[in-house]
Structures are given as structure tokens and as C-alpha cells.
Ligand binder design. Structure first.
Ligand code: SF4
Length: 228
């Protein structure tokens, strides 16, 4: 790409054409947005989360053309990060891709419940996959001291209220990073509203560590590939 895309599209720093496992039971494409409000020492997407300019911007025209052309074959779109709820103008991006008629799932750490509430009310997101990092008291260490125990509990309490009112719109998951014990996972499960199961994700160490040494997490890295 010769010039940077304008507005919210400049935060799009990765695109995966097809994932069969990201949204259980659905084939989706994945849009990766740069920036995060946490600093988890186990972050796998550290470049995307903390240094998005290390990754080239994507061409919005090609992404939209891909989704438009494959809309009949895809079951949805995943919007992930980083942390999508902190991206300025994220609603605009969702509004644009909603036009293709596919359901949208957003991955979030749940620390901006007011944004989640708004996106839900405006029907810009159909499902949220919310990370529960672990027991409240471990939030400071699990998030690089970005969130206190009290803030984590308060924010997720608001998310749980939204989940109770919109049970079809929420999933909860925990990545079993090395600091989490089985007892921690049981504690996290007990936080969830009645009827919810916590999905436990296997921790996959990152492929490499950043030079300035903020280690590693989760699932996947932005692939940055768009099929024409
Ligand atoms: S693990 Fe997720 S929430 Fe934590 S820093 Fe990385 S992208 Fe952000």
C-alpha cells in the first residue's frame, strides 16, 4: 500500500481470510485491530497490542472486497486485537462491515463495559468473547499492573449483567497461562452468571519475544494475508 488508510482503518493491522476454530461452529474471517489497554506479560500479540506501527496497515478496499465476495461462504466476521473496544471509531468500522450481512463476534478483555454495552445496543456486534484473566486478586500480575483487583471485578460485574440480559451474545474464556492453577480456573468459573461455562484455552507460548522483553500469550498472531 502506498499511503496509510484514513481513520479507524489505520488500526487494522492484520487480516486472516478464514478461521474454522475462532468462533465455534462457524467459519469466519478475522480483522485484527492494533492497540491494547492491558500489558499482559504472556501476550502473544504483543506487537499488535503495544507497537502496532511495527506492522504494516492493511488495504481497506481489499478487505471489504474480500468480505463482500465471500459473504455467501462465511458464517461471520471476528474482530479482535489487541483490544478492539479502545480503538477510536471502532463503531464506524463495525457499521461498514455490517453491511455485508454477516454476524460479527468481537474479542475483548472486558475492561470497557460501557463500549460493549453501546455496541450491543446499536446491534453492531452479535457476540462478545470475553476474557476472564483469572481470579480478581491475580489481575494486577496477569495484566502487567494495568488493572487493579477492584477495577477488574467492577468492570466484569457490568459485563455479567449484560450477559444475563443477553445470554446469546456472550462467551467467556480463560487462557491457562503458567501462573494459573486448576483452583484459579475453578474460581474464575464461579464468577460467571448461572448457565455459563468458562472455555479454557490452552496457553501457546509466543513464537518469539519482543526485544524489549515483555513476554508472551494466547492464540494467534495477525496473518496479514488477503486473498484477492
Ligand atoms: S493478552 Fe490480550 S488483553 Fe493482554 S495485552 Fe495481549 S492483547 Fe491485550
Amino acid at each position: 500500500m502506498s499511503k496509510e488508510p484514513a481513520g479507524v482503518w489505520n488500526y487494522v493491522r492484520g487480516f486472516e481470510n478464514l478461521s474454522l476454530c475462532d468462533w465455534p461452529g462457524r467459519s469466519t474471517c478475522i480483522i485484527f485491530l492494533g492497540g491494547c489497554n492491558l500489558h499482559c506479560p504472556t501476550c502473544h500479540n504483543f506487537e499488535l497490542a503495544w507497537d502496532m506501527n511495527a506492522l504494516p496497515p492493511m488495504d481497506p478496499v481489499r478487505i471489504k472486497a474480500y468480505i463482500r465476495d465471500r459473504a455467501g461462504w462465511l458464517d461471520g466476521i471476528t474482530v479482535t486485537g489487541g483490544e478492539p473496544t479502545i480503538v477510536p471509531g471502532v463503531a464506524e468500522l463495525l457499521f461498514e462491515i455490517k453491511k455485508f450481512g454477516l454476524p460479527i463476534k468481537m474479542d475483548t478483555n472486558g475492561m470497557r463495559p460501557e463500549v460493549i454495552k453501546e455496541l450491543l445496543e446499536y446491534k453492531l456486534v452479535d457476540a462478545f468473547a470475553v476474557d476472564i484473566k483469572g481470579p480478581w486478586y491475580k489481575y494486577p500480575s496477569l495484566t502487567g499492573n494495568a488493572v487493579s483487583e477492584i477495577a477488574a471485578q467492577a468492570n466484569l460485574a457490568r459485563i455479567f449483567e449484560l450477559a444475563k440480559a443477553n445470554p446469546e451474545a456472550f462467551y467467556f474464556r480463560t487462557t491457562q497461562v503458567p501462573d494459573l492453577t486448576d483452583k484459579d480456573l475453578a474460581i474464575a468459573q464461579a464468577y460467571l452468571p448461572l448457565g455459563y461455562e468458562l472455555t479454557i484455552q490452552k496457553f501457546v507460548p509466543p513464537r518469539r519475544k519482543p526485544e524489549h522483553a515483555k513476554p508472551n500469550h494466547e492464540e494467534r498472531r495477525p496473518a496479514g494475508n488477503v486473498v484477492n
